[in-house]
Design a protein around this ligand. Structure first.
Ligand SMILES: Cc1cc2nc3c(=O)[nH]c(=O)nc-3n(C[C@H](O)[C@H](O)[C@H](O)COP(=O)(O)OP(=O)(O)OC[C@H]3O[C@@H](n4cnc5c(N)ncnc54)[C@H](O)[C@@H]3O)c2cc1C
Length: 333
C-alpha cells in the first residue's frame, strides 16, 4: 500500500436510497481530510441478502478509491463480530491512519471493538475531525456534559485513530456518474466464526419525513398527552415537518420509540426545532442542540428549555396551537 495515507469509512446502506445520508456526510468529511493528507479513501459496506448487484453504484462516489463489500451468506449489519473482523482485516492490510463510522447503533457497537482489537485511539460522537499537519495528528471535537461544553481530543501521531461521527456535522459528498474506484468483494473465506446469529428481524415502518433528514421538526414532550400529539401532527403536516418526542411520550406509548430525540434517542440538527411541552432536560437537549433555531412553547416560565431556545412562548399549547395552525392554514391557502 506504500506510504499513502488512507482513510477507511465504514458505511451504512439505506435500502431505498443507497448510502445513508450520514454515510454521505462522512464521505464528504473524509474527502476534505484526504485532500489535506494527500491520501485516499476506502469504503467498507455490508451487503444485505448477499446481493452485491445492489451496490453497483457504491464505487461511483468521487474520491472513493476502493469499496470493500462484505457479502458472504448470512452476514447482517447486526453481526458486530463479523463486521469488526472484516474491518480489522482491512485495517491490517491497508494500514489506514483514520477510520470513520457514523454515531449509529452500528458505529457505537463496532468502533470500540475495532479500537480494542487494533490498539487504536477512539473518540465517539465527533462533531468535527481535523488533521494537524505539523504534529501529524487528528483533532477531534465532541460534545461533553450533555452538550454544555465541547471537548477537544488530539490523537497520538502515528497511531490509527477511530472516530464515530455525529449526523449533520459534515457536508455530504456528491455522486459522480462515472466509475472511479475498485470494488472488492470480501469472500466467504474472509469471514471469521461469529457467535452472533440473527434469529428474527422486524422492520419498523417509519411514516413521513425521517427525523435525521428533516429541515423542520415539531417535537412534543410529557406536557402533551396523546391528544396533544394529534395536534402537533397537524402542525407538522402544514409545515412539512417530522415529528419528534422526548422519552416521556415514548415510555407512555403515545408515540413509537424511533421518534425519541436525545442522549438515548436520535441526534438531530434541523433548521427549525419546535419544542412543545418539553421541560428541556439535559438528556433531551443533547439530541437537538445542533438545530439552527429552537422555538419553545411551555406553560412554565422557568422551564429549562427556555435557556436554549432562540424564541420562547410561555403558554398552554392547547390555547396556542389551534391559533397557530389556523393562521398558517390561512397564510398558506
Ligand atoms: C440515562 C438517561 C437517558 C435519557 N435519555 C433521554 C433521551 O434520549 N431523550 C429524552 O427526551 N429524555 C431522556 N431521558 C429522560 C430525561 O431525563 C427527562 O426525563 C425527559 O426528557 C423529560 O421529558 P419531558 O420534558 O417531555 O417531560 P416532563 O419533564 O414531564 O416535562 C413536561 C413539560 O411540559 C410542560 N407542560 C405541561 N403541560 C403543558 C401545556 N399544557 N402546555 C405547555 N407546556 C406544558 C411542563 O411545564 C414541563 O416543562 C433520559 C434519562 C436518563 C436518566
Amino acid at each position: 500500500m506504500g506510504n499513502e495515507k488512507r482513510i477507511l469509512v465504514i458505511g451504512e446502506i439505506d435500502q431505498k436510497s443507497g448510502l445513508t445520508s450520514l454515510t454521505k456526510e462522512i464521505l464528504g468529511g473524509a474527502t476534505k481530510l484526504a485532500d489535506e493528507l494527500c491520501g485516499s479513501i476506502d469504503l467498507l459496506l455490508i451487503a444485505a441478502k448477499n446481493d452485491t448487484h445492489q451496490l453497483q453504484w457504491a464505487s461511483n462516489y468521487r474520491g472513493v478509491d476502493k469499496v470493500y463489500i462484505a457479502a458472504w451468506p448470512g452476514i447482517t449489519i447486526f453481526d458486530c463480530e463479523a463486521i469488526t473482523a472484516a474491518a480489522s482485516d482491512i485495517c491490517k492490510k491497508s494500514q489506514p491512519v483514520l477510520c470513520l463510522i457514523g454515531q449509529t447503533d452500528l458505529g457505537r457497537d463496532i468502533a470500540p471493538r475495532l479500537a480494542a482489537r487494533l490498539d487504536a485511539g477512539l473518540c465517539m460522537d465527533c462533531t468535527d475531525v481535523k488533521y494537524e499537519q505539523e504534529q501529524n495528528r487528528f483533532i477531534q471535537t465532541r460534545p461533553a456534559y450533555g452538550g454544555k461544553a465541547m471537548a477537544v481530543f488530539a490523537s497520538t501521531s502515528g497511531r490509527l485513530q477511530i472516530d464515530t461521527v455525529r449526523s449533520k456535522s459534515m457536508s455530504p459528498m456528491s455522486v459522480q456518474e462515472v466509475h472511479t474506484g475498485d470494488k472488492i468483494i470480501l469472500s466467504v473465506e474472509s469471514q471469521h466464526p461469529s457467535k452472533v446469529r440473527l434469529l428474527h428481524c422486524e422492520t419498523v415502518q417509519e411514516e413521513g419525513i425521517r427525523l435525521e433528514d428533516a429541515k423542520i421538526i415539531v417535537a412534543g414532550g410529557g406536557g402533551l398527552g396523546i391528544k396533544g400529539f394529534e395536534i402537533i401532527g397537524e402542525l407538522a403536516h402544514i409545515l412539512n415537518a417530522a415529528i419528534g418526542a422526548t422519552r416521556v411520550p415514548v415510555d407512555e406509548k403515545w408515540v413509537p420509540h424511533h421518534m425519541e430525540i436525545g442522549q438515548t434517542g436520535k441526534i438531530v440538527s434541523p433548521e427549525l426545532y419546535i419544542a412543545i411541552g418539553i421541560s428541556g432536560a439535559t438528556q433531551h437537549i443533547t439530541g437537538c442542540l445542533g438545530s439552527q433555531k429552537i422555538v419553545a412553547i411551555n406553560k412554565d416560565p422557568d422551564a429549562n428549555i427556555f435557556k436554549v431556545a432562540d424564541y420562547g412562548l410561555v403558554a398552554d399549547y392547547k390555547e396556542v396551537l389551534p391559533v397557530l395552525i389556523y393562521q398558517l392554514k390561512k397564510k398558506l391557502s
